[in-house]
Structure formats: C-alpha cells, structure tokens
Design a protein around this ligand. Structure first.
Ligand SMILES: [Zn+2]
Length: 185
C-alpha cells in the first residue's frame, strides 16, 4: 500500500512543508478541514503512538504547540483542535501516525460532534476498573526496539552530543523551528 505521508516525507508527493527535521515533518494538509490545517507526522512509518519513543512523542507535541501558536498569531484563528490519528481505526488513510492541528473559528462549519453514548452504571464501573487496573501496573520499561545497524550508528552519533553542545544544538533546532514558522504567510 502506498503511504501518503511517506511519499510526502520522501518528496515524491509535493507538499507545502513548514518544518522538517530528522524525526518529523509538518506540512499543510492537501485536504484541509479548515483554512489552517497542518499535519505533523513522524518520519518513521509507524501506525501508533506506542511505537514511537517518548522523546519523539514529546517533540511532536512541542511542534504541534508551536504550530498552534503560529496559527493564532498569523491567521488570527480563535481556537485550534489537535486531532491525533492513532491506529487505522482512528481515521488514518494509511497506517502512519499523525497529529493534525486545525485552526478554528466560530461558524467555520467544521463539525466535531458526537451523540453521547448511554452507558449503564455497570458498564461505566467495569470500564473504570479495567483502566485503573491497567494503569496501576508498574510502569514497564519499554523494551528497546530492535534497532537496525544503521539506526544503532545513528544512536551512537546522537550520544556524542552531550552537555553544553547538546543544549546549543537544542537551541539551534528551536531557533530553526521559530524561523521556519515565521516564514508562514
Ligand atoms: Zn508512512
């Protein structure tokens, strides 16, 4: 199956890219829900958030926040929705995790509504129990995903950037992102 996000990442599919680094890409949705719909996708073709390492998840949401702020500032939207497409049942066209930042205005016609389900007291209690039980399990250390040799090397490279240098690099990355966002029309 062809993956639209992977095609965008590889450049096979043209896109209005706002930001890109080694972990993720952010681009204007080619099928926007409103004026100001940005898709943020990890560069790795992974269907669910669970498959991403915590640092990447954190990075994706930091970028989502910056893009949301940029929408407020640049096109003066009144709100934003962050829609996470996590798994194929969550509306993914291809199994590639993404976060959608959607600019909102009163009366924009974007429908984001559902009819509340009627759950019995028992159903609610069971659900609560199931979730509490799951959440109370000792935080498992995620098994290190088996890295391919290439990635192992990458990891070692990353490991070299430490201390002050790492801080500087982080700042550099952030400045780059701000610069990129400032270039938004
Ligand atoms: Zn993909």
């Amino acid at each position: 199956m062809t993956c639209e996000h992977c095609e965008t990442i590889s450049g096979k599919k043209e896109s209005a890219t706002l930001y890109s680094d080694d972990k993720l890409i952010a681009f204007l949705s080619p099928q926007p829900a409103t004026i100001g719909h940005i898709i943020i996708a990890p560069k790795a073709h992974l269907p669910i958030m669970e498959a991403l390492d915590d640092k990447t998840v954190e990075h994706i949401f930091k970028v989502a926040n910056k893009i949301s702020i940029a929408l407020f500032e640049s096109i003066k939207c009144e709100g934003t929705n962050l829609i996470v497409q996590n798994g194929t049942a969550a509306g993914q066209e291809a199994p590639h995790f993404s976060v959608n930042v959607i600019a909102r205005r009163g009366g924009d016609g974007f429908v984001f509504d559902w009819a509340p389900k009627q759950l019995s007291e028992e159903e609610m209690a069971t659900l609560e129990l199931q979730l509490r039980e799951e959440l109370s399990k000792a935080p498992e250390k995620k098994p290190e995903p088996e890295l391919k040799e290439e990635k192992q090397a990458e990891k070692k490279e990353e490991g070299k950037v430490e201390g002050k240098e790492a801080e500087e690099k982080k700042e550099e990355d952030e400045n780059y992102l701000v610069k990129q966002l400032k270039r938004m029309p």
